[in-house]
Design a protein around this ligand. Structure first.
Ligand SMILES: Cc1cc2nc3c(=O)[nH]c(=O)nc-3n(C[C@H](O)[C@H](O)[C@H](O)COP(=O)(O)OP(=O)(O)OC[C@H]3O[C@@H](n4cnc5c(N)ncnc54)[C@H](O)[C@@H]3O)c2cc1C
Length: 412
């Protein structure tokens, strides 16, 4: 029986353990740093777990990974996100697919996903060792790897034993000791940065908290190409929603480099032709309801509270009638509708995913094995691969873990 150490008891580690067990001639031991495994899975999708996305065309799927998607082509051809969903369904996790493409458990609870993973890993014979942060993976001269780590040991790290192979599934590689150890084995870890988070901004509009705008666009100041499109949500401390998640994902490293301070504009009329849509709105209001107060008519898709805030920013009395708006006043309102200025101050809440990780070109994606240290495998977020919201990050974890499990099981 070959012995495999799994470093990290999260989505990828458990999916691997459930698929590379006793029946495959493999004995798996999961080392988890925290007291409880699968914490991110439990927190995922606000406790509902968006476990995959229903997109099936591989090119469309990989376009949802700002970094590293191309490397997943091979993985998804061998074991697709659809296969991963079927794996869960066969194990009693019924799912529902939303119009947006997001797939959730029918029970709307991440606990059913975590329970299925834990049950299947145990059924396959996996041992789970919690409170064991792995600090070092050492290649042994006689073959295999020694795993070191542990917590609260008076004399430092302890050796947990020798293993024929190791799966690194520790998520974002933020543990300094483990990162140095992997680099010591010859691997390169690309720069890490948080990605996919909401922003604290100035100005902020606490009174607009909960107001959303469909089809907005965020553009860095003085640039047109660096843009993120999607729905926008005003929050108590700033901005959130798909457009902000895309912005903090596409430009994760730029945000980090600037200390999360960036000036950008929100185009609230993006899906309605921006400036053209705004001038069309004023033209039609003047033509059809010139005597109407500006507070009583607003562009389609702009909530009343938001419209009143924009009028206040543009210093327009809300009881002014459309016919009396000067072109300079119209331009001021249109300016806030299409180029509302913001400065990001800091992430609002934790990151959802880490950008950066093990350099993908150092990994054979047909097996998930290291091209540098034979016997070392990778799965999930520790790779330099991260996806947008929509289930793409978990499906990276499931699919890469399954490829690694199949490859390890076939190793003589
Ligand atoms: C709040 C939140 C919501 C999310 N929602 C979604 C969603 O709905 N859909 C989606 O697709 N993605 C979502 N994600 C992202 C997704 O959860 C991760 O991309 C995914 O869990 C990555 O799986 P992984 O196994 O690579 O890493 P993880 O699931 O993070 O597991 C890594 C494990 O390794 C352990 N570990 C770390 N260092 C060590 C060490 N040195 N020794 C031992 N153990 C170690 C960690 O404690 C952790 O348990 C969400 C993330 C967050 C934070």
């Amino acid at each position: 029986m070959r012995r495999v150490a799994v470093v990290g008891g999260g989505a990828a580690g458990f999916f691997f353990a459930a698929n590379a067990g006793r029946e495959q001639g493999t004995s798996v031991e999961i080392f988890e740093a925290s007291p409880k495994p699968l914490r991110k899975v439990l927190a995922s999708g606000a406790g509902r777990c968006n476990l995959a996305n229903s997109l099936e065309d591989i090119e469309s799927i990989i376009s949802n990974y700002p970094r590293g998607g191309g490397f997943l082509r091979k993985v998804f051809r061998a074991f697709s996100p659809k296969d991963a969903v079927q794996w869960f369904e066969r194990r009693g996790v019924n799912v529902k697919k939303l119009h947006s493409g997001k797939i959730f458990p029918e029970a709307e609870s991440s606990a059913v996903v975590a329970a299925a993973l834990e049950r299947e890993a145990l059924r396959a014979g996996a041992k789970i060792r919690t409170n064991f942060p792995v600090s070092r993976i050492a290649k042994s001269a006689e073959g295999g790897f020694d795993i070191f780590g542990g917590k609260g040991q008076a004399r430092g790290e302890v050796c947990a034993g020798r293993f024929d192979a190791v799966l690194l599934s520790c998520g974002g590689l933020r543990d300094g000791a483990l990162k140095r150890s992997i680099e010591g084995l010859g691997h390169t870890v690309s720069e890490l940065a948080p990605a996919l988070y909401a922003l604290k901004t100035s100005p902020r509009f606490p009174g607009l908290s909960g107001v959303s705008v469909r089809g907005a666009a965020l553009t860095f100041k003085n640039e047109t190409k660096r843009r993120a499109q999607g729905d926008l949500l005003f929050t108590f401390k700033g901005l959130s929603g798909p457009a902000v998640y895309k912005l903090t994902s596409f430009f994760a490293r730029e945000f980090k480099a600037s200390g999360f301070k960036a000036d950008f504009f929100a185009d609230l009329m993006f899906s309605r032709s921006s400036e053209r849509g705004a001038s069309e709105f004023f033209r039609s209001c003047r033509a059809s309801c010139g005597a109407r107060k500006v507070e009583n008519a607003r562009p389609e898709g702009i909530a009343e509270k938001l419209w009143l805030e924009i009028l206040s920013l543009a210093e327009i009395p809300p009881d002014r009638v459309f016919a009396k708006l000067s072109s300079a006043e119209e331009r001021r309102i249109a300016g806030f509708l299409t180029r509302m200025p913001f400065r990001s101050e800091a992430p609002d809440g934790g990151e959802v995913v880490t950008c950066g990780g093990i350099k993908n070109s150092e990994v054979d994606f047909s097996t998930m094995q290291s091209k540098i240290a034979k016997g070392l495998f990778f799965a999930g977020e520790c790779l330099d691969i991260d996806g947008l919201t929509g289930g793409f990050n978990l499906q990276n974890a499931w699919c890469t873990a399954k490829i690694a499990a199949a490859a390890i099981s076939q190793t003589p």
